[in-house]
Design a protein around this ligand. Structure first.
Ligand code: ATP
Ligand code: MG
Length: 316
């Protein structure tokens, strides 16, 4: 493919690379010896619970946080060594920087001037994110979803070949999520590196080709999302009046559980007969017991639970 990128290059480039990346904030190890690649031409999902270290990793890649050790490289270089980085990497981070009194167009105009992007690109990116009709409206009156779209427009302004998004689905309604999924897939299909974080492994289904799973700053899994999905086994759904007791029994037997949207427990790592017998032995009356195909969220739970077990072994 011979797409000419914002920085004038046509080369495929190197995507994102972290090598033994570590960040300590006094007594908290936010990112712990993390190594992974997010290649060009693919969407890579960066998954972890609250506080796992996703934002800190992205901030190190962007030169906003100084790593304690290791490397955080964009296109094979530290961000500080990239001239006019907005043309190489586009970012959508937590807080859109637009002044509420500015119109969308004025805000993007300021950014475009600062990085030498032609003004005609503004209308292009506003159309790409579906804000073409709101160009002259004040950002202060934008809904959360519109602000997310504006952040995305700002990120895409320099036609970057690497796009990094921290929780971009926040504030988007279901059609908005579907739209974002399509846009990110198109950007990757053009040969770009798309790297996005999420709390939910399931949310990355149909978006990400690869995932990097983080738990308390450490890498616990990486690879193709389809391989991860093909590994899924069964989950057991159990309802009773004593979730707390059952949770403890399940954990004692090496399984893990989460609360089901219907108020029951979803158990992974044990079979339905095992769960039934555990309940009987624990004196818990079971109201419902069934087996279901495990969802991506169950796999995430299993991965984090086994990482916890390994951490405990290290402590002992
Ligand atoms: N500036 C800071 N000073 C001290 N601790 C910090 C700082 N920034 C992050 N941390 C800590 O580092 C850990 C990782 O935080 P981080 O924001 O990277 O997680 P996250 O995966 O992005 O979480 P979330 O899903 O909630 O956004 C947390 O324990 C957090 O409290
Ligand atoms: Mg975060």
């Amino acid at each position: 493919m011979s797409t000419v990128h914002g920085d004038g290059t046509t080369a495929a480039g190197n995507g994102i690379r972290c090598v033994r990346l570590t960040k300590r904030f006094s007594d908290v190890v936010a990112v712990d010896d993390l190594s992974f690649d997010a290649p060009m031409g693919a969407v890579t999902g960066f998954v972890g619970a609250n506080g796992a270290g996703k934002t800190t990793t992205m901030r190190m890649l962007l030169g906003l946080v100084q790593p304690t050790s290791g490397e955080a490289l964009i296109d094979g270089r530290w961000l500080r060594d990239i001239p006019n980085p907005r043309l190489t990497v586009g970012t959508v981070l937590d807080s859109p920087g637009a002044h509420p009194g500015h119109t969308a167009r004025a805000y993007l105009g300021i950014l475009a001037r600062a990085s030498g992007v032609p003004q005609r690109r503004i209308a292009e990116v506003l159309d790409m994110v579906g804000l073409g009709d709101s160009a002259q409206r004040r950002v202060g009156a934008f809904s959360l979803g519109m602000k997310q779209r504006l952040s995305l427009a700002a990120g895409l302004l320099g036609d970057p070949r690497i796009i990094m998004l921290d929780e971009p689905t926040k504030g988007l309604d279901p059609p908005g999520m579907l739209w974002l999924r399509g846009l990110l897939r198109d950007l990757a299909a053009e040969g770009r590196c798309v790297f996005l974080s999420s709390h939910h492994l399931a949310e990355l289904d149909a978006i990400a080709d690869h995932v990097v799973v983080l738990h308390k700053g450490r890498l616990i899994a990486k690879g193709g999302l389809s391989e991860l999905m093909s590994r899924r086994g069964r989950a057991v759904v159990v309802r009773s009046a004593h979730n707390g007791v059952l949770e403890q029994l399940v954990r004692g037997r090496g399984g893990s559980s989460s609360v089901d949207p219907n108020g029951g427990l979803r158990v992974v790592g044990l079979t339905a007969p095992e769960v039934g017998e555990l309940a009987l032995a624990g004196g818990v009356a079971v109201h419902h017991l069934s087996e279901e195909r495990a969802e991506l969220e169950d796999i995430f739970l299993e991965l984090t639970a086994s990482a916890e077990d390994k951490a405990l072994e290290r402590v002992r």
